[in-house]
Design a protein around this ligand. Structure first.
Ligand SMILES: *Cc1c(COP(=O)(O)O)cnc(C)c1O
Length: 516
C-alpha cells in the first residue's frame, strides 16, 4: 500500500497520507433509538379528538404502534450527515464513470432552480399564472433545438431511456400515419441496452448491426441489413466506445434512401457541443440527457430529464401539450404570451403527468445561458482533450482495444494484466483505496474487460495526473503483488460485497436484537 495516493488532492502530490481519523462508524438509526426520546415538538391539537376506527373503519387502523426510531433532533442530523460522508461525490474529487458525463453542477444553477417561483409552482397552475416558467421552457426547447440542429423539442420525458421510448413511439406513429408496415429496427452491437429495449417496447424486432474492427459502424453493414420493412437505425454519436462515427452521413443516406429514419442517442452530446449538430448529420429524432450534458447532478437515482428533439417531419407526433408562444406582438396587456396547445390530433399523447422534471429545465437553461455558444464549444473541446490526455498516458500500460484518438471518453482493458490474474474488477476495487470511485467497467459489452473512463471538461490537469498515477501504481502492483489487488479494497468499512445477493436478497427490515 506504499503507493497509495489517497484523498484526491486533499494534500500535495507526494506528501505522506494525512489524517483519516474523522470518518465515523455509524450504527443504524434504530440503534440510536431510546424509548420516549423525541426530536420535534408539535402544538397541542386544536380540533376535537375522534376515534380513528370510527372515522376510518377498524380495518384501516393498525393494531400495534409503528416501530419508528425515537431519537433527538441532533442525533438525526448527525446520523444522516455522517452517512453522507460515506458517499463518493463529485464534490470530493474526480469521478471517472463513463457513458455518464455530468460531473460539474454549478451551485448557481441549484440556486435558480430553488427560486420559489419555479420550485413551488403548482404543476396544474393555469398558463396565465405560469408565464415565467412557460417562457423558460419554451426558450430551453429553442436552445436545445439550436444546439442539436433539430426543429422542435418536447421536454416531457423524464430520462434518456424515456426519451428513446418516446422517440421510437413517434417513429411508429409516423409510419402508421403513412400506412407503411415496418417491423424492424437496426441497433449497433455497441449500443446502450436502452436502445434495443426502446425498440422492443414499441414491438419492433431488433436487428443487431456489427461494428467494424475500428469500433465504427460502416455503411455497407447497414446497407446489408436495411430493407423496406426496417423503420430505422438507432445510433449513438460519439458511440459508446468514445469514437466519432465518421461515416454517419453516408449511413444516414443508406437508411433514408429506403424511407427509414435515424434515431440519435444523445447521451454523449457533450463531446460535440458547439462543434457538430446531430441534425446536420442526418439524425431525425434524438434525446438529450440533461443530467449528462446540461448541469443536472447525475447519480443517486435522483430525477433526470430526457427531452426529445425532432425534425419537422415528426413534429406532428410530439407529446402533447406543446408549449406555444403567441409572439411579442400579443402586447403587454395580453394575458398570455405563452400557452399550451392540446389540439394535436397526431400526437402520441402525454408521456409525463405534467411538464416533466421542471427543476432540471431551470438548471439546463441557466447552464446554456451562462456558457453561451463559445462556452459550450469549449466544454466539448476540453472534454475531448482530457480524455485523450488520459489515453496518451495510460495507453502504453493498459491494453487499448481501439487505438487512436477518442472523443470524450477512453476505453482500456485488462488484457495487459492477463498473466497476473488481476482483472478489471480488481483494478476498479483497488482504485477505491486510492480515493477514487471506480470507473464504468465491463461496458460496452463488445470490449472484454472494459474500463471506461470519462474525465469530462471540468477536471484540472493535476487531478487527471493524480488519477493516472493511481492507475499506474495499481498496474505495477498487479505484477509485484497481485494478491493485494485481488483482495482490494482494504481501506473501506466493508471489503467485497456479494453484489448479486445484495440485489436479489436485500435485507430491508431491522429486527431488534434478542432481549431488547
Ligand atoms: C445513459 C445512457 C442512456 C440512458 O439514459 P438515462 O437518462 O440514464 O435513462 C442511453 N444511452 C446511452 C449511450 C447512455 O449512456
Amino acid at each position: 500500500m506504499s503507493e497509495r495516493q489517497g484523498n484526491q488532492g486533499g494534500r500535495p502530490v507526494g506528501a505522506p497520507n494525512v489524517a483519516r481519523g474523522f470518518s465515523y462508524d455509524e450504527p443504524l438509526i434504530f440503534e440510536h433509538s431510546r424509548p420516549g426520546r423525541v426530536g420535534f415538538s408539535l402544538a397541542d391539537c386544536d380540533v376535537p379528538e375522534v376515534d380513528p376506527a370510527e372515522v376510518l373503519g377498524a380495518a384501516a387502523v393498525r393494531e400495534d404502534a409503528l416501530t419508528l426510531p425515537e431519537v433527538s433532533e441532533v442525533e438525526v442530523m448527525r446520523h444522516f450527515t455522517r452517512l453522507s460522508t460515506w458517499n463518493a461525490a463529485v464534490d470530493f474529487g474526480l469521478y471517472p464513470l463513463g457513458s455518464c458525463t455530468m460531473k460539474y453542477n454549478p451551485r448557481v444553477n441549484e440556486r435558480v432552480a430553488a427560486l420559489p417561483g419555479f420550485a413551488q409552482a403548482h404543476p396544474l397552475q393555469p398558463p396565465a399564472l405560469s408565464q415565467g416558467f412557460l417562457e423558460l421552457a419554451w426558450r430551453l426547447e429553442r436552445g436545445l433545438a439550436e444546439v442539436s440542429g433539430m426543429d422542435a423539442v418536447s421536454l416531457q420525458p423524464a430520462a434518456g431511456a424515456q426519451g428513446e421510448l418516446v422517440g421510437m413511439m413517434m417513429i411508429r406513429a409516423y409510419f402508421a400515419d403513412r400506412g407503411e408496415v415496418r417491423t424492424k429496427v437496426l441497433v449497433p452491437d455497441s449500443a446502450h441496452g436502452t436502445n434495443p429495449a426502446s425498440a422492443a417496447l414499441n414491438a419492433y424486432e431488433v436487428v443487431t448491426v456489427l461494428t467494424g474492427d475500428d469500433g465504427l459502424l460502416h455503411p455497407d453493414e447497414v446497407e446489408k441489413a436495411m430493407a423496406p420493412d426496417v423503420a430505422g437505425l438507432m445510433l449513438t454519436n460519439p458511440n459508446t466506445l468514445g469514437l466519432f462515427e465518421t461515416r454517419i452521413a453516408e449511413i444516414a443516406d443508406v437508411v433514408h434512401r429506403q424511407g427509414g429514419l435515424i434515431y440519435g442517442d444523445g447521451a454523449n452530446l457533450n463531446a460535440i457541443l458547439g462543434v457538430a449538430r446531430p441534425g446536420d448529420l442526418g439524425i431525425d429524432v434524438m434525446h438529450f440527457n440533461l443530467h449528462k450534458t446540461f448541469s443536472t447532478p447525475h447519480g443517486g437515482g435522483g430525477p433526470g430529464a430526457g427531452p426529445v428533439g425532432v425534425k419537422a417531419l415528426l413534429e406532428p407526433y410530439l407529446p402533447r401539450p406543446v408549449i406555444t408562444r403567441n409572439g411579442d406582438d400579443a402586447g403587454a396587456d395580453a394575458d398570455e404570451i405563452g400557452g399550451l396547445d392540446f389540439e394535436r390530433p397526431k400526437s402520441i399523447g402525454r408521456v409525463h403527468g405534467n411538464f416533466g422534471n421542471v427543476g432540471m429545465f431551470v438548471r439546463a437553461w441557466a447552464y446554456l445561458r451562462a456558457l453561451g455558444p463559445e462556452g459550450l464549444r469549449r466544454c466539448a473541446e476540453m472534454a475531448v482533450l482530457n480524455a485523450n490526455y488520459l489515453l496518451a498516458r495510460l495507453g502504453d500500460t493498459f491494453f487499448v482495444p481501439y487505438p487512436g484518438r477518442v472523443m470524450h471518453e477512453c476505453i482500456l482493458s485488462d488484457r495487459h494484466l492477463a498473466d497476473t490474474g488481476v482483472t478489471t474488477l480488481d483494478v476498479a476495487k483497488r482504485l477505491i483505496d486510492h480515493g477514487y470511485h471506480p470507473p464504468t467497467i465491463y461496458f460496452p459489452l463488445v470490449v472484454e474487460g472494459a474500463i471506461m473512463i470519462e474525465p469530462t471538461e471540468s477536471e484540472p490537469k493535476e487531478g487527471l495526473d493524480r488519477f493516472i498515477e493511481a492507475l499506474l501504481a495499481i498496474e505495477r502492483e498487479a505484477h509485484a503483488d497481485p494478491e493485494t489487488v485481488k483482495t482490494a479494497p482494504h481501506t473501506t468499512r466493508h471489503n467485497r460485497l456479494d453484489e448479486t445477493r445484495a440485489a436479489r436478497k436485500p435485507v430491508l427490515r431491522w429486527e431488534p436484537p434478542e432481549g431488547e
